[in-house]
Design a protein around this ligand. Structure first.
Ligand SMILES: Cc1ncc(COP(=O)(O)O)c(C=O)c1O
Ligand SMILES: N[C@@H](CCOP(=O)(O)O)C(=O)O
Length: 534
């Protein structure tokens, strides 16, 4: 099942004093009632430019956006406001009561609260609330689809809500995010009787998973810490294959050493080769993910290696932007359900946090119900939910085709429970056969999803069958990784080579002799079977 590799805007004119709105007064910024913030004049004609290739007097508005010797970072720097930024964020103990005074600067290297609990990044919500929901909606919308540094990124287009204080010069970004929200028309109609089913393709991304959203934030902050001369020699993680791919790519882009702990023979070859290719120091360790996680926590406590797993709450600030993006893509209408596959359980909380911030800051008036979907072979959250949240027990995670969620002792369990309880959420599980069938069914309608998305689709199928999710409910399934990282699982399924699995939707290739008659025979039979029956 898993493979070894020996190698290894708005009405807010009165609030125009927002410090980041400096472009309002920029000579090149000539739109009426501007709301675009810190956005370069990338689509306006620059009369000062001397490098136009136009040989008549007609301005060429799309050309010469920057000075000839400028790159997009330089351009962003030239346009930067000198006004004081009034927004801020800090670490606080996760779910701490109103009386808690413990907090840490984001420039400190800290992963746990004094009592050993999880941390959370807390934004100055009063400062953010000085601007209404319409303001934020229009600001975020104005940045989509641009190449302005750093707002061309789906994550950094929400910078004020992510890391408001970081200098754009320190940001390490691959313009991640802005992922496709796919209308699963045929899958919804054919298999679920639904016509408002959507798949948020977070895995169609720089390194092929949603981890890019969090990693751009974490590595950017590391970049800043290193410039501040904090003791960070490298960045490390334990991984089931996607965190390591994202970490190594973003570190490589910034020239920062990365160290990855991988459970030997438990991740796909495509995932294994990613950190190798990006120059990470790769340790293949004879244990499972939970074993690797324990080791990296011990090691990062001793060595100047910064911890990149989602235990580090910085990651979730990036990941939460996928939730904001979903709302944005629906023109700020709230879907009824969002289904997320869960492993180490940071992402389900990230989605909750993104939706909740949008509600609290007046962009929307409610949040969707969340569903966390687990593989039955690695289902500690599901068991906890089934116990009506009475008793949490870590489990020994068994082998699953959804190898990236083969996790028995999730570090963000408390975050996940909080997210689910506060969103009237549900936990579901998927057996190996269910998740593989769901993946094959989705693929047969033109998708090419990963097994983890198969887990989420199984949860949807079960909740549709039980009537919990209605035929007309607007539902979003979060697809977390690219199917191309998990081709071996598809090969096994379509070859019907999986013990004790019927592989009922397998579509194996037909072996045919190299002669015209044989080819015609199989084609005639195929076309006969496919012909419409009258
Ligand atoms: C492809 C994929 N899907 C889902 C998950 C689960 O995310 P989380 O660990 O935040 O629950 C992970 C990683 O754990 C993953 O790599
Ligand atoms: N699926 C993850 C597991 C680790 O999760 P993290 O979000 O805590 O880093 C991976 O790809 O490694």
């Amino acid at each position: 099942m898993v493979y070894s590799c020996s190698l290894f805007h708005s009405s807010l004119a009165s609030k125009s004093n927002f410090p980041l709105l400096h472009h309002r007064n920029h000579p090149k910024f000539n739109r009426p009632a501007p709301i675009v913030i810190s956005c370069s004049s990338s689509s306006t004609f620059d009369p000062s430019s001397t490098t136009s290739s136009s040989n008549n007097n007609t301005p060429s508005p799309q050309k010469n956006r920057r000075l000839a010797d400028e790159n997009i970072r330089d351009e962003a720097r030239r346009h930067r406001s000198t006004a004081k930024n009034t927004l801020s964020a800090k670490y606080v103990p996760f779910n701490a009561g109103p009386d808690c005074t413990e907090s840490y600067s984001l420039d400190e290297i800290v992963y746990r609260s004094r009592s050993g609990g999880l941390l959370d990044v807390q934004h100055d919500m009063e400062a953010l609330k000085k601007f209404d929901g319409a303001y934020w909606r229009e600001l975020f919308d104005s940045r989509v689809g641009k190449t302005t540094w750093p707002y061309g990124s789906g994550v950094w287009s929400k910078k004020e809500w992510v890391l408001p204080e970081i200098d754009p010069d320190d940001i390490v970004s691959a313009f991640e995010g802005n992922s496709n929200l796919f209308w699963a028309e045929r899958f919804g109609k054919q298999f679920l009787g639904m016509n408002d089913l959507w798949v948020k393709h977070c895995g169609i991304s720089h390194t092929g998973s949603f981890k890019d959203l969090g990693m751009t934030v974490l590595v950017s902050q590391v970049n800043r810490l290193r410039k501040l001369k904090r003791p960070v020699v490298g960045v490390g993680c334990a991984s089931t294959g996607d965190t390591s791919a994202a970490l190594s790519a973003y570190c490589a882009a910034a020239g920062i050493p990365s160290i990855v702990f991988l459970p030997a023979n438990k991740i796909s070859i495509a995932q294994l080769v990613q950190p190798i290719a990006n120059g990470a120091f790769v340790l293949s360790i004879d244990t499972d993910f939970d074993g690797c996680m324990k080791l990296i926590r011990e090691v990062t406590a001793e060595l100047p290696i910064y911890l990149a797993n989602s235990l580090n709450s910085l990651r979730l600030e990036g990941q939460k932007t996928a939730a904001i993006e979903i709302l944005q893509q629906f023109d700020w209408e709230v879907p009824d359900w969002v289904i997320v596959p869960g492993g180490n359980l940071g992402n389900i909380y990230a989605f909750y946090k993104g939706f909740k911030m949008c509600q609290e800051l007046g962009l929307v008036d409610r949040i969707p119900r969340l569903v966390c979907a687990q593989a039955a072979n690695a289902n500690p959250l599901y068991l906890y939910y089934k116990s009506e949240w009475n008793e949490f027990k870590a489990v020994k995670a068994n082998t699953t085709f959804a190898s990236a969620i083969q996790i028995g002792d999730p570090v963000s369990i408390d975050r996940a429970v909080y997210a689910l309880k506060n969103s009237n959420g549900i936990v579901e599980e998927a057996t190996e056969e269910e998740l593989m069938d769901a993946m094959a069914q989705a693929d047969s309608t033109g998708m090419f999803i990963c097994p983890h998305t198969g887990v989420a689709l199984t949860a949807l199928m079960k909740l549709r069958k039980s009537g919990v999710i209605g035929a007309g409910d607007r539902t979003v399934v979060v697809s977390t990784a690219h199917g191309l990282k998990f081709t071996q699982s598809k090969v096994d399924y379509h070859s019907k080579e999986i013990p004790d699995m019927a592989c009922q939707f397998a579509n194996p290739p037909m072996q045919v002799k190299a002669d015209f008659g044989s080819v015609m025979d199989v084609l005639m039979k195929y076309l006969g079977d496919k012909a419409p029956k009258h």
